[in-house]
Design a protein around this ligand. Structure first.
Ligand SMILES: [Fe+2]
Length: 187
């Protein structure tokens, strides 16, 4: 605690250079520093993937077509909102651990493991299947991050991830059922 207090005081005392002093960002914590860095590495990857999946889900919300338009359009809006709502709490967990999180969309694209989709046209079946698979990949990454949190005794991040795993599995369930009989004509 003493060390952290000194860091805060020294960063405040400088008129210049505070923004180049990384110690200013070291939020005090009783958890092991290396463990916190490992958790941050996993969580920052999840934040990046949440951005990519959010944009893709909204992309498909805007561009989906066919006879089930209204159902799919509304479902993807709900899912997009749910994914977006995970970004800030995850990034703030990283800062609560005294680590650095995402700074830019450039960093998002460097850290993301999910791919974008900027095709001119996708059928509803293609969209629902791609989102289902992305959400399955996200559930796997969330579970891997949860294990790192357990190893670090970081129960707060772990409990947040448990909620997001359940939400991701719900999205997978809905996308699986919606895609089950979807054909390229949107039926
Ligand atoms: Fe909308």
């Amino acid at each position: 605690m003493q060390k952290a207090k000194l860091n805060v005081a020294s960063s405040r005392g400088k008129d210049t250079g505070a923004d180049t002093d990384p110690s200013a960002l070291r939020t005090p914590s009783d958890l092991d520093e290396q463990d916190r860095a490992k958790v941050a590495g996993k969580i920052n990857g999840l934040v990046a993937d949440a951005y990519v999946l959010y944009v893709k889900t909204k992309n498909f919300h805007w561009h989906i077509s066919g006879p089930n338009f209204r159902d799919y359009h509304l479902m993807l809006d709900e899912q997009g909102d749910q994914i977006f709502a995970t970004i800030d709490p995850l990034a703030e967990r990283v800062r609560k651990l005294g680590q650095k999180t995402i700074h830019s969309l450039g960093e998002v694209m460097k850290l993301a493991s999910l791919g974008e989709n900027d095709k001119e046209f996708c059928s509803p079946a293609q969209m629902l299947t791609e989102l289902r698979d992305d959400n399955v990949a996200m559930a796997k990454a969330l579970r891997e991050a949860h294990k790192v949190c357990d190893d670090a005794d970081d129960v707060a991040t772990a409990s947040l991830l448990e909620v997001y795993i359940d939400e991701t599995e719900k999205r997978i369930w809905f996308l699986f059922e919606a895609a089950r009989n979807a054909d390229d004509g949107g039926h």
